[in-house]
Design a protein around this ligand. Structure first.
Ligand code: PHE
Length: 448
């Protein structure tokens, strides 16, 4: 007999977990820097539009399938299939999701490991351990291995404790802390000289940038940010009670995700221009805004250094924010393969978690050793190919393969008067036609 399936104990618990999965490095780092290099508010507007017009409907497909099937992605897609061929593709898509979620985790944990190192560094300095502090800021292979191991270990500890005691409890604790830290940091940074220039760059639209490339970039960002395609939202939906309204919860998750991404822009962009005011280079030699790892690992730390005593606390708060945001996302990625191992391979959670976690850590280690050739490859395969293709497949499953009456019945659960809503009138055909076509168009464009 396998253990009973976990379930979120409340809608707040689900909301914190799903928003926790969505809100991550993609929001706090990815979104603001993409906005800064893509025409400021022009990108913000495109992003807001795509988040609600494309990502939200795709999110609803995952949540609805997940809650109906109450199983992991492989079994869920097989169970809504109606013949051997679709069942085969259901299994294939499910395995694809598990692989891509694991691949995302393998590079995400490395980046999160950098954040752990930067969080630990001021503590080492504070306690006079200068050598340790130097090592922590060194970007050496051994530092990266150990920091990634620590972060992966934390992720495993939470996932090993299960849905209520692990995912729900920790997300409910960490998400409010994240919001408080973010707001405190914004209040501080906005009082510094140079901050207003950053706000201007962020909020003044430059519509010259409004090109197909901008839309593709905004779509990729929305997909990554809402954790779509890889079954994280499907598996979280499968732990949700049938008393809750899916369209409402899905809309709230989208709103929180978009809201925090936008708010993070109010921190990162001003901080960059404060750093410039304090003498740090924020443009590359070619005049391009520094947006990659150098921004988080050099520009911002250099800024914190100029802030004297306060800088130590600001730095701790900032990297704590990054670690928290990463952790509530990484647990959702690990849950995808772990749920599969529990349900399909009959391995108890406490054993499945370390096994799967260690395999993924092995992949992270490989990426750390061959960073220059593997890191970008892992990012590209998983986010530029994996997520959109799986997203299309999931919309096709929800819109074409799954029996309509079952899909509609699932939507009605927990939302009695849904038939009077706009959602009911639009979404069922929208997810069938508009979503897959839009994602496909953007995908083809980006590949070509
Ligand atoms: N949404 C997370 C972020 O913005 C990343 C993520 C992608 C999480 C895919 C789960 C699955 O950082």
């Amino acid at each position: 007999m396998s253990a009973p399936r976990g379930q979120f104990t409340s809608n707040i618990g689900f909301l914190m977990a799903a928003a926790g999965s969505a809100v991550g490095l993609g929001n706090i780092w990815g979104f603001p820097t993409k906005a800064a290099s893509n025409g400021g508010a022009a990108f913000v507007v495109a992003y807001l539009f795509l988040a609600f017009a494309l990502a939200y409907p795709a999110l609803m497909a995952e949540l609805t399938i997940g809650r109906h099937a109450r199983r992991n992605m492989v079994q869920a897609l097989r169970s809504i299939s109606n013949g051997p061929i679709s069942r085969f593709f259901g299994g294939l898509t499910g395995f694809g999701g598990i692989l891509v979620a694991s691949l995302i985790l393998s590079f995400y944990a490395i980046v999160a490991g950098w954040m752990v190192a930067h969080l630990a560094e001021p503590f080492a300095s504070l306690f006079g351990a200068q050598e340790a502090a130097q090592w922590l800021s060194s970007n050496s292979v051994d530092r990266n291995l150990i920091m990634t191991a620590i972060f992966s270990g934390l992720t495993m500890l939470i996932i090993a404790s299960g849905v209520e005691k692990g995912i729900e409890r920790w997300s409910t604790l960490l998400m409010p802390s994240l919001i408080i830290l973010l707001l405190l940091l914004i209040c501080y940074v906005l009082t510094q000289p140079g901050a207003l220039t950053g706000l201007e760059v962020y909020l003044m639209p430059n519509f010259d940038h409004f090109t197909p490339d901008l839309l593709i970039s905004a779509m990729g960002q929305a997909f990554f940010s809402l954790s779509l395609g890889v079954g994280t939202m499907l598996i979280y939906g499968s732990y949700l009670s049938q008393q809750e309204s899916l369209p409402r919860l899905g809309a709230l998750v989208t709103l929180i995700d978009v809201g925090i991404a936008f708010t993070a822009g109010l921190l990162i962009l001003p901080a960059m221009y404060v750093a410039q005011e304090a003498g740090t280079q924020i443009f590359s030699a070619e005049g391009v805004l520094i947006a990659g790892p150098d921004l988080i690992l050099q520009v911002l730390p250099a800024l914190f250094d100029t802030m004297g005593e306060a800088g130590v606390f600001v730095s701790i708060a900032f990297f704590a924010l990054m670690v928290i945001a990463s952790l509530t996302s990484s647990i959702s990625m690990l849950e995808v393969p772990v749920a599969f191992s529990i349900e399909n391979l009959n391995i108890p959670r406490r054993i499945a978690t370390p096994i799967v976690g260690l395999i993924i850590f092995g992949v992270s280690s490989g990426i750390i050793f061959y960073f220059d050739s593997l890191f970008l490859l892992a990012v590209t395969i998983s986010t530029e190919y994996g997520q959109p293709l799986l997203g299309i497949a999931l919309c096709i499953f929800a819109g074409w393969i799954w029996r309509r009456d079952q899909l509609l019945a699932e939507l009605k659960k927990g939302h009695e008067d849904i038939e009077h809503t706009l959602f009911w009138k639009i979404w069922p055909w929208y997810v069938r036609i508009v979503c897959p076509l839009l994602i496909l168009t953007a995908f083809v464009q980006s590949v070509v």
